[in-house]
Design a protein around this ligand. Structure first.
Ligand code: ADP
Ligand code: MG
Length: 247
């Protein structure tokens, strides 16, 4: 992303954010509440439209098309097509309550992606096994724990084969004893080379899994660095204060 700005009224929420993330890289975004972290993720997805600046993934602009020197905003369904490069997992898992785990996973690939149903089912079973829920294909969300629901939500996102996966505080709605199982799944994704951007308050997790950590405050990226450097020797005084508070 380059030069991204976003305001809500007079509230400047993203202030000239530029960030380049390599394929396979795992980036953790930390910072106080209201820093603009969720808005940053939503802008990558074009769920929020930046006031200025561009986001591109694998050479494709998200939400826009360039003709000569001018950017034109895409319309649906072209926006949706490009957005499919980005998978997003939210704090609240948002599974369809009337569909089983397996049905939740195949819904989008079958009805939007045009994947044949039997192929989608086979893939969903593989994905459920991958998130440790091979035996829960036929369970409805209400019969699953929060950690299991979040793992189904991750499998559902993976079914769309995104180029980059965004997590917005994926464990903050969970009871403490369920956090670990979800972090383990994300760790496994990180190891397998999936490109991940994770907004998280789990500092230990960020330290262990992230290639780089981004500290944001007041809509600005104040510091970016490898975890050992950023956590042990933060160079920005605001990073230092934040880390002292959360560790
Ligand atoms: P974070 O995720 O770091 O806590 P957010 O991106 O959610 O921060 O919010 C950053 C700022 O933008 C906050 O001041 C928030 O109130 C404001 N904000 C976020 N979304 C909206 C919206 N849809 N309309 C108006 N203000 C918003
Ligand atoms: Mg947020």
């Amino acid at each position: 992303m380059h030069g991204v700005n976003k305001s809500f009224g007079t509230n400047k929420v993203l202030d000239d954010v530029s960030l380049t993330i390599a394929p396979g890289e795992v980036v953790a975004i930390i910072g106080p509440s209201g820093a603009g972290k969720s808005t940053l993720l939503r802008t990558i997805n074009h769920l929020e439209r930046a006031d200025a600046g561009v986001v591109s993934i694998d050479g494709e602009l998200i939400g826009y098309e360039r003709r000569g020197d001018v950017l034109y905003e895409l319309k649906e369904p072209a926006i949706r097509r490009r957005r499919s490069a980005v998978g997003m997992v939210f704090q609240s898992f948002n599974l369809f309550p009337h569909l089983t785990a397996l049905q939740n996973i195949i819904e989008a690939p079958v009805s939007v992606g045009g994947v044949p149903r039997d192929e989608a089912i086979a893939d969903a079973r593989d994905l459920l096994a991958r998130v440790g829920l091979g035996d829960k294909a036929d369970a409805y969300p209400r019969h699953l724990s929060g950690g299991q629901q979040q793992r189904v939500a991750i499998a559902r996102t993976l079914a769309l084969r995104p180029k980059v996966l965004l997590f917005d505080e994926p464990t903050s709605a969970l009871d403490p004893e369920l956090v670990g199982e979800v972090l383990d799944v994300i760790k496994e994704l990180a190891k397998s080379g999936t490109t991940l951007i994770i907004v998280t308050h789990e500092i230990g997790f960020a330290r262990e899994v992230a290639d780089r950590v981004v500290f944001m405050e007041g809509g600005k990226v104040l510091e970016v660095g490898p975890p050992e450097r950023l956590f042990n020797e933060p160079s920005h005084p605001r990073t230092r204060e934040f880390i002292a508070k959360v560790l």
